[in-house]
Design a protein around this ligand. Structure first.
Ligand code: SF4
Length: 423
């Protein structure tokens, strides 16, 4: 166990709440989610509420939550009363910013007028719909439980109910998916006029049913060059449609960038609650107990045990230790992040963003210049055409570095250069 001690100024926080329930398990998915355990939902929601109360007490009343993200799994499976209870607890355990972004991930098969209106009424103001494809054959191949028409209908219902900020998740690089299939899916999505699109290449996760099918030859492997062409087509088509390509895999109409995910990419602090949820707080990365049943038991044990009286400091400054974290949450894995690793992670995640990493921002955060830490790596990657320096307005001095269009296709290669000495 680490004995590192970190002082934290209480300020803005992002909160991730993991809902590990799915009605069916998709064949490509290796997220910490389960089908057939919905009977646990009431006890799990109790545990989440208790978890938030414990965190609220531990980090103090001045911690202002600016973004809340209900992810999964399938948060749209929760009865709206449970979502209401969770969000009300957020507002009492912490201080919820008046303009907080509150996102809920949903499956198109769950969305009804009644549910959508209920979600808006309890404070959800951003909806993410897991569409994945507008091609029925691909949806069947991915064992999704909705059709293309249902997904389009879900989007329209959400708009009619009053949701303005809607994201669609789509996947490309699917087995047997042609470029024209992808063009059609993207056109269908654009026809709905979403404010945000997240486009991810399918990754074959070892052990999943789809991975096994590809491994045995029952399903052909997708072509990575074709997937790159799909990505390039998306960049071009979405640019024409007025989207800002603000992160490698994310596009938004101006002003609709996902603030919650920006916290991750800017290497900011967030608390994750729920089975297997990850956090980065006070110089530690840690994750909660993965098994939903044991998560409930362990939160209950902490809540009913000595932690229940724990109080955070009133002066807005607190000391975070591994022991304090373990008294507050049912932690499985915990890692102290030293400054070297924090720098590497700041580079790796910041370069995912089109805003890149600014020299001034790096200097302000670490008290050291970016060039003194990574001058050689940046030089080499600029030479390879994977990074570019952009001057700040007027001064002529390099203001930021970011990926080039080619670097966006080879992101992992670039990120590895910053992590290699640290891991
Ligand atoms: S709905 Fe989403 S989280 Fe659930 S199994 Fe399918 S891909 Fe995984």
């Amino acid at each position: 166990m680490s004995t590192s001690v970190h002082a934290v100024h209480q300020g803005y926080l992002s909160l991730y709440l993991h809902i590990p329930f799915c009605r069916t398990k998709c064949n490509y998915c290796d997220f910490n989610t389960y089908a057939g355990i919905e009977s646990l939902i009431p006890a799990y929601v109790d545990a989440l509420v208790r978890g938030m109360e414990m965190w609220g007490r531990a980090v103090g009343p001045k911690s202002r939550v600016d973004t809340v993200f209900l992810g999964g799994g399938t948060p749209s499976l929760l009865p709206v009363e449970d979502t209401d209870r969770i969000l009300q607890t957020c507002a009492t355990a912490f201080e919820l910013s008046p303009g907080a972004e509150v996102t809920l991930e949903s499956n198109p098969g769950d969305l009804t007028h009644r549910l959508l209106e209920g979600l808006l009424a309890v404070g959800v103001n951003r909806l993410s719909i897991g569409v994945q494809s507008f091609n029925n054959a691909h949806l069947v191949a991915l064992t999704r439980r909705h059709s293309a028409a249902e997904a389009a209908q879900a989007f329209r219902m959400a708009r009619d109910a009053g949701f303005d900020s809607i994201n669609l998740d789509l996947m490309y690089g699917l087995p047997r998916q042609s470029l024209s299939d992808w063009v059609e899916t993207l056109d269908e999505a654009l026809g709905l006029s979403p404010r945000h699109l997240s486009l991810y290449a399918l990754t074959l996760e070892e052990g999943t049913p789809l991975w096994k099918d590809v491994d045995t030859g029952a399903v052909p492997e997708s072509d990575s060059d074709l997937a790159a062409d799909m990505y390039l087509h998306a960049e071009e088509a979405l640019g024409r449609a007025g989207f800002v390509h603000y992160e490698i895999s994310n596009w938004a109409k101006p002003g609709y960038e996902c603030r919650h995910n920006l916290t991750y990419w800017r290497n900011g602090s967030y608390l994750g609650l729920g089975a297997g949820a990850h956090s980065y707080y006070g110089g530690y990365r840690f994750s909660d107990e993965r098994n939903p049943r044991r998560y409930i038991e362990r939160v209950t044990g902490l809540y009913e045990g000595r932690n229940n009286g724990q109080r955070g400091p009133a002066d807005g400054r607190m000391v975070v230790t591994a022991e304090m974290l373990r008294r507050t949450a049912p932690i499985d894995h915990l890692e102290a992040i030293d400054e070297g690793l924090e720098m590497a992670e700041t580079m790796m995640m910041g370069l995912r963003l089109m805003e890149g990493v600014s020299y001034e921002g790096f200097d302000g955060r670490f008290g050291r210049s970016l060039d003194s830490m990574y001058g050689a790596e940046v030089e080499e990657l600029v030479g390879l055409g994977l990074l570019e320096r952009c001057p700040s307005t007027g001064s002529g001095r390099a203001g930021l570095i970011r990926l080039t269009p080619r670097g966006r296709l080879l992101g992992n290669e670039v990120f590895g250069r910053f992590l290699s000495d640290e891991v």
